[in-house]
Design a protein around this ligand. Sequence first.
Ligand code: FMN
Length: 228
Amino acid sequence: MSRKIFEAVKLNHINMKNRLIRSAIWEGIAEFDGSISSEAYEIYGELANGGIGAVIVGFTDISDDDYYIHGAMKLSRDDLIPQYRKLADVIHSAECPAIIQLALGAYYRKLPNGLTQQAEPDQMTESEIRQVTDMFIQAAVRAEKAGFDGVQIHAAHFFFLSRFISPRVNHRNDSYGGDALRRSRIIIDILKGIKENCPSRYDKNQLKRLHARRTYPIRKPRNLQAAR
Ligand SMILES: Cc1cc2nc3c(=O)[nH]c(=O)nc-3n(C[C@H](O)[C@H](O)[C@H](O)COP(=O)(O)O)c2cc1C
């Protein structure tokens, strides 16, 4: 039987001592503003010290205004970078590469009255789509500043990007909708933007988690949530 899974491997600049990667897991224990709880530092320290080849930090939100799932970590603001540097350091101190998953549950537009409103792909303006694209790119820039070795773009499990590329959800007839290539444009723009803005680390080390199954139930939009 092949034992290659326990052999070291180099993925561009990422040196892994074996080929086992801890998949992204949302723990739901971050503070409301996306700050990392002390428990999370312990969990990631324990995972890295357990001998895994690399750790992917779970669902880390790119938006301050995303209320889709609770307790998610956020890399949506520069003032959060030091906490994420500490998290990357905790993982690196066990000689384990640290990758972080960047995600968006849903897009919430700000209304003039201060409330927010969930907008699904069909309802979004092109400018709002570009705003989401930019939020992913800026979060990747923050991840790079925090010392992470790579990012994983969460485009699965019927979260925002997964819905955007799904023909069941995306009925747009502009350059962001129609055939598979147009529906995927948002993801291609995010990847290109990350490559341009984070050349030192993410030139090749981007992992994508991608699927657009037709079978997920569409959640009823939770509109008009009270602004914080
Ligand atoms: C509680 C829980 C949270 C999860 N959070 C994430 C997540 O944040 N991002 C993600 O891509 N997958 C997430 N997943 C999916 C896991 O990464 C993994 O793909 C799934 O559990 C299947 O792997 P397994 O067969 O080893 O359990 C989560 C799964 C569970 C059970």
